[in-house]
Design a protein around this ligand. Structure first.
Ligand code: FAD
Length: 427
């Protein structure tokens, strides 16, 4: 039996992959656990939800990623508990898994801030399944309105997005492109111009984390694309056919996309360790946990800081923090002291719709418009996992740019298919 230290990594997101890859030439056995058998490229989920990309384009099978890294064993399982004192984790189906080092990279989940009705009726956008469900739902609204145009009066074609951050803005821009450029060509009888896209945000700005000139540009672009803005407004209640705002305004809608906030994965609550804002686990400078040096947290689950500053929950932070923890584990094996995490800020970017994006560089220089859009396309294409995914994504983007058409516009409801099959067998 192997005597090498056993590193268990929970989560095959950017953070977890960063750790596992960094341990490639380190004498440890790694067990990488994820509830899905694929890695999700979250920054492009909104393109799946708005029919631009197929689900498979933004999901990469984890096993194929570690085909050539023999010290990594992948297990598709859901982690249900952590026994910190006993140094083992509990899987939902299956026995405990013991560890010498545990790296928690479970990411974040939606935070509805106790808004009544949100958990029941809102559409979050954190997983591939979330994106596919939203896509089905959006396309179904148009089919329903086409069958019965009276539904438009009841808000069937009103789409409300909570949150004017990058996810909300990107989703709104992509829905606007879909509704006003593509769907009118396909629905001959339906008054698609009645579709509305509305962003609601408590703050007074869109893309609040960006510099002022980019915020102003983004606002103008969104309004030019017929996206309605309700800024300085909060959602008070969500129902199946309405959204009520704090001001009292009621918007008829059957679709509320929640891009309004995140909290750390509930696994963070199981550690019994101090947590910061949004439930993120408080960490030492080397990203190990206080009093538990064998446990590390990376990415969205942890309060990852660099030079004493807590960093935002971004893909680049997750990836770099994962790689850092891989290096720290290697150092521990050599009895070398831990090193503080140092983040290399490469700036941030967001799209506002076809041909339009904003980029803010670390030196505070900015870029917006088509050039920024092409920069965004290039960066995201390069970051996608797998050559096949890159080629397919590039093909879908190119096809859409040339024709305004979109690849993923079929409504696939797994429940439907199952029901049909059951009926067939019973017949
Ligand atoms: C819609 C959206 C758009 C975004 N756009 C950008 C962007 O443009 N640029 C940017 O830098 N960042 C963006 N982000 C943020 C970025 O994606 C996250 O910061 C990053 O993915 C965090 O990486 P992570 O490894 O911490 O977690 P994740 O990538 O979320 O990975 C967590 C993994 O843990 C698994 N998991 C969770 N719980 C369990 C469990 N109990 N058992 C087993 N497995 C479990 C999940 O299946 C998942 O694979 C976006 C996020 C979202 C949701």
């Amino acid at each position: 039996m192997s005597k090498r230290p056993h590193v268990v990594i929970v989560g095959a997101g950017f953070g977890g992959l960063g750790v596992a890859e960094q341990l490639a030439h380190v004498p440890v056995d790694v067990t990488l656990i994820d509830r899905h058998n694929y890695h999700t490229f979250q920054p492009l989920l909104y393109q799946v939800a708005t029919s631009l990309l197929n689900a498979e384009d933004v999901g990469a099978p984890v096993r194929s990623m570690f085909r050539h890294q023999e010290n990594v064993t992948f297990r598709m399982a859901t982690v249900a508990g952590i026994d910190v004192a006993g140094r083992e984790i509990q899987l939902e189906d299956g026995g405990p898994v013991a560890y010498d080092y545990l790296v928690l990279a479970g990411g974040a989940t939606v935070n509805y801030f106790n808004t009544p009705g949100a958990a029941e009726h809102a559409f979050p956008l954190y997983t591939l399944m979330n994106a596919v469900k939203l896509r089905n739902h959006v396309l179904e609204r148009f089919e329903a309105a086409d069958r019965d145009p009276n539904l438009i009066e009841g808000g069937a074609l009103n789409f409300v997005i909570v949150g004017a951050g990058p996810t909300g803005v990107e989703t709104a821009g992509a829905l606007s492109d879909l509704f006003y450029n593509l769907l009118p060509r396909d629905y001959h009888q339906l008054a698609t111009e009645n579709a509305r896209v509305i962003i609601v945000d408590l703050g007074k700005e869109v893309l609040a984390q960006f510099k002022e000139n980019l915020r102003a540009y983004a606002k103008e672009e969104l309004e030019g694309r017929r996206v309605e803005l309700r800024l300085g407004e909060a959602v008070a209640e969500v129902g199946p056919t309405f959204v009520r705002l704090k001001s009292g305004e009621e918007i008829k809608t059957q679709t509320l996309v929640w891009a309004g906030g995140v909290r750390a994965n509930p696994l963070a609550d199981m550690l019994g360790l101090p947590q910061g804002r949004g439930g993120r686990v408080k960490l030492n400078a080397d990203l190990s946990t206080p009093d538990r040096p064998e446990i590390f947290v990376v990415g969205d689950m942890g309060e990852v800081a660099s030079d004493g500053k807590v960093l935002p929950q971004l893909g680049s932070v997750a990836m770099q923090s994962g790689e850092h923890v891989g290096r720290q584990i290697a150092r521990r094996l050599l009895d070398e002291p831990g090193q503080p995490f140092k983040y290399w800020d490469k700036g941030f970017m967001a799209t506002i719709g076809r041909g339009s994006a904003v980029v803010e560089f670390p030196n505070k220089m900015t870029l917006h418009g088509p050039l920024a859009y092409f920069a965004w396309l290039g960066v995201h294409l390069a970051l996608l996992s797998g050559v096949r995914n890159r080629i397919e994504t590039l093909w879908n983007w190119g096809w859409s740019a040339l024709t305004h058409d979109r690849a993923a516009r079929i409504i696939i409801d797994p429940k439907d298919e199952e029901a049909k099959q059951v009926n067939l067998h019973e017949a």
